[in-house]
Ligand binder design. Structure first.
Ligand code: URA
Length: 444
């Protein structure tokens, strides 16, 4: 049977819901071996899946695990997901902002892998903080503070977990229907009413051209809306690292500074756009503009910061970290990276900077690797800035001198100089929902 399904997709035919369900069940239960699953995934990658097949794949992956029951929380619950970036600490800021604006955010997050970081690792740099709670504890924190962030439970979208790991080693990750169904299966199982998706576009992201980013956005919106969840998607710039800090404890510091109103402009603006989209999706504002105004007020009033402190306290962490960064883990060594070139920074290869951070010890090559929570990069200069020869481009943090050497080489390789300044561009490229696509700025 599985051989026939592989042959059908190989020949470019359309699979039925039963056939797709046979595959997801069989693979999750171990009856279908890796080599047949890999062949089918490659056929899907090459010949694509139409909207119906993508919907069936998502549905079957949701059914392969359990769905979180959030009915104990009375109010609109919004989930948020980013397709992954470098320096992306957005969840730490948007969840408290949305919560302070009357939206419930019960959020499950993952760990970092490769050049991208994960929210759970960042939170674990807060002394005492628990990222694993029982369902009752999770709901209690959401009801009290308005949001909670915990590690993704093992039994969510079980088939996706296995399929995603296989895609990772069979060069079948960057397929729009496979990415859309993988992400949406986890979001639909999370039990929220609305979903806000941040599709990253640029050198640090899966999507490197606007056409594909919009296609991914629309595919995920159609899956979400068909499942009865209001789904809003922002396409945002990931051609420059987000903010100035990359690495777990360093990103927690930057998130707290942002909640205090002292964050870098690009990152603060992104947080307003995303938390605005969450408020808008939840129906707490008439339009995206007034939702963003509400988000800005929650940030500027300090209410979001207070929610963040309460959240740390309720999940067992030490809320004094919001005032005293010396309580966070720090690397044993640091190094200033001095510029060999001079001129305007024309380009920063985000992926390479993410790899530099991983090599410094902040990330993992393999899920079983241990990380250094204090390791990472503090960028002094970013794309568009003018740099003199010998000026400090960045400060690198690690426990290990050899890692500093690798990090320095990668960081320097990631930067291209030019003599002309670059036009300024907005971090928000497009906002998409079921009705319309609004374009804000076009990347070059
Ligand atoms: N993130 C996921 O969860 N799945 C993908 O396929 C790609 C990114």
């Amino acid at each position: 049977m599985i051989r026939d399904i592989i042959a059908k997709k190989r020949d470019g035919k359309v699979l039925t819901s039963e056939e797709i369900g046979f595959f997801t069940r069989g693979y999750a239960d171990g009856f279908i071996p890796d080599y047949q699953a890999a062949a089918l995934l490659m056929a899907m990658y090459i010949n694509g899946l139409n909207d119906e097949e993508t919907g069936y794949l998502t549905e079957h992956m949701v059914r392969s695990g359990s769905t979180v029951n959030l009915s104990g929380i009375k109010g609109v619950k919004v989930d948020k997901h980013s397709t992954g970036g470098v320096g992306d600490k957005t969840t730490l800021v948007v969840a408290p902002i949305a919560a302070a604006s009357g939206v419930y955010v019960p959020k499950m997050s993952g760990r970092g892998l490769g050049h991208t970081g994960g929210t759970i690792d960042k939170l674990e740099s807060i002394p005492g903080f628990k990222t694993s709670l029982t369902q009752e504890e999770f709901i209690k924190v959401v009801k009290t503070v308005g949001f909670s962030i915990i590690g993704q439970t093992e039994n969510i979208a079980v088939a996706d977990k296995k399929i995603y790991a296989l895609r990772d080693v069979t060069a079948t990750v960057d397929s729009i229907p496979l990415i859309a169904s993988s992400i949406m299966s986890k979001k639909l199982a999370s039990g929220c009413d609305c979903i806000v998706l941040d599709v990253k576009l640029g050198s640090g992201a899966f999507m490197t051209d606007i056409k594909n980013a919009l296609k991914l956005a629309k595919t995920m919106i159609s899956i979400g809306e068909n499942a009865g969840k209001r789904t809003v998607c922002l396409v945002t710039d990931m051609d420059v690292p987000l903010g100035n800090h990359i690495g777990n404890a360093l990103e927690v510091m930057e998130a707290i500074e942002t909640l205090k109103g002292n964050g870098p402009k690009d990152f603060t603006e992104l947080c307003i756009h995303i938390s605005g989209a969450m408020i808008y999706a939840a129906g707490k504002a008439d339009n995206f503009d007034s939702a963003r105004e509400a988000a800005r007020k929650s940030l500027e009033s300090g209410i979001a910061l207070k929610r963040f402190r309460d959240f740390i306290y309720m999940q067992g962490g030490d809320p004094r970290v919001t005032e005293d960064y010396s309580l966070l883990p720090a690397a044993k060594k640091y190094r200033d990276v001095l510029s060999d070139g001079e001129g305007f920074i024309r380009r920063m290869d985000c992926k390479k900077i993410g790899v530099a951070s991983m090599e410094l010890g902040a990330g993992r090559k393999d899920l079983s690797d241990t990380i250094q929570l204090g390791a990472g990069i503090r960028l002094n200069k970013k794309t568009g800035d003018f740099v003199n020869k010998g000026e400090v481009l960045a400060v690198l943090y690690s426990d290990d001198e050899e890692k500093l050497d690798k990090g320095e080489a990668l960081l320097k390789e990631s930067i291209r100089f030019g003599s002309e300044p670059l036009p300024k561009r907005s971090i928000l490229i497009a906002a998409v929902d079921a009705e319309k696509t609004e374009m804000f700025s076009y990347p070059e």
